[in-house]
Design a protein around this ligand. Structure first.
Ligand code: UDP
Ligand code: MG
Length: 318
């Protein structure tokens, strides 16, 4: 208890790089001074990572580890770390040294200046495929335009969060976790620290295309209800266009400008019915988005300060 800084490191088959990243993290943390802990969350590794972590934890009292019974995914691993961390400031960092540990002192400085969240913003990504860079860039921008929460672009999970934010995240029980969105959602003063994302020190990416798509899906579904309401808008347009076309056809017919067969009206009527179905899908979507909000069980609001109320009832939960 009572450590100043906790560092959470999710680990999935990182045997090739683990010793090296532990070494660099230790050097940085010892350089900062003050108490610290390194929490490794072993997300069901099947290579030598498990043995290496046992060794590190046995030799260094600053290190703790959580071993998952199987691979639960990166966001879940970080969540377990957040649940276990006891630092006043908590840093989340990848095990592959793509996020430079040397940035932690800079983040701590911002935290000491009062920022509750300090996130790393990637100004350049080294050693990643053009495909990954392009899809990541497009995804961040699509999410920014669809999301009701302002989620920083080009920022991953490398960040420092204050103990208060940790407590809030622990009280957000949603299962499909898109942590960077959840951290943006809680609000407070947040700051960015720009950095160049290095190449992986060793090994290959553990984010398969399937995992990347799943993460993107979690981000979009958890932070936007616009796709659900899209059917409503498009349904209204389809109905309006088909009704207008039918009316125009009727007028042209009555005025004797053209002789249009009844088949045209059948076409417009069909289109109108399709539009109506879309409208009802959109209405169902509005209910589903409210059900999602209820099921997520997020606090309704978060107060950063209360004046004249004493200590009781800090947040929105009952
Ligand atoms: N990771 C994890 N569980 C997974 C996939 C990845 O804990 O199912 C960890 C991995 O060990 C690393 C971090 O999450 O510390 C980021 O993964 P990776 O570097 O492979 O992703 P990329 O940087 O290529 O997006
Ligand atoms: Mg990586």
């Amino acid at each position: 208890m009572g450590v100043t800084c906790s560092v959470i490191v999710p680990v999935y088959n990182e045997a090739e790089v683990l010793e090296q990243s532990y070494g660099r993290l230790r050097t940085v943390m010892e350089g900062i001074g003050g108490s610290y802990e390194l929490i490794f969350v072993n997300d069901g590794s099947a290579d030598g990572s498990t043995g290496i972590l046992r060794g590190i934890c046995a030799a260094d009292p600053h290190c703790r580890a959580i071993f998952f019974s199987r691979n639960f995914g990166h966001q879940t691993a970080v969540t377990a770390g957040i649940d276990a961390a006891c630092g006043d400031a908590v840093v989340i960092i990848d095990a592959d040294l793509q996020d430079p540990p040397e940035l932690i002192p800079v983040m701590l400085e911002q935290w000491r200046a009062g920022k509750k969240v300090v996130y790393g913003k990637r100004i350049e990504r080294k050693g990643e495929t053009a495909f990954k860079k392009l899809t990541a860039s497009v995804f961040y921008r699509v999410l920014a335009s669809l999301s009701e929460t302002e989620i920083p672009t080009d920022a991953g999970d490398f960040r420092l969060i204050d103990r208060e934010i940790c407590e809030l995240l622990r009280n957000m029980p949603e299962h499909n976790r898109y942590l960077r969105g959840m951290i943006a959602w809680v609000g407070f003063e947040q700051a960015a620290v720009e950095y160049v994302r290095d190449e992986r020190a060793a090994g290959v990416t553990k984010y398969t295309l399937k995992k990347m798509l799943r993460l993107a899906e979690d981000g979009l579904v958890s932070f936007s209800s616009k796709p659900l309401r899209f059917a409503l808008g498009s349904g209204v347009v389809v109905c309006a266009v088909s009704a207008a076309a039918a009316l125009l056809t009727l007028i042209l017919n009555l005025a004797g400008v053209t002789e249009v067969s009844g088949l045209y009206f059948l076409g417009w009527a069909l289109m109108f019915v399709v539009g109506l179905t879309q409208i009802f899908l959109g209405i169902v979507g509005m209910y589903i988005s409210r059900i999602c909000d209820e099921v997520r069980g997020r606090p309704r609001y978060i107060a950063s300060e209360r004046i004249g109320f004493g200590e009781a009832g800090k947040d929105g939960e009952e």
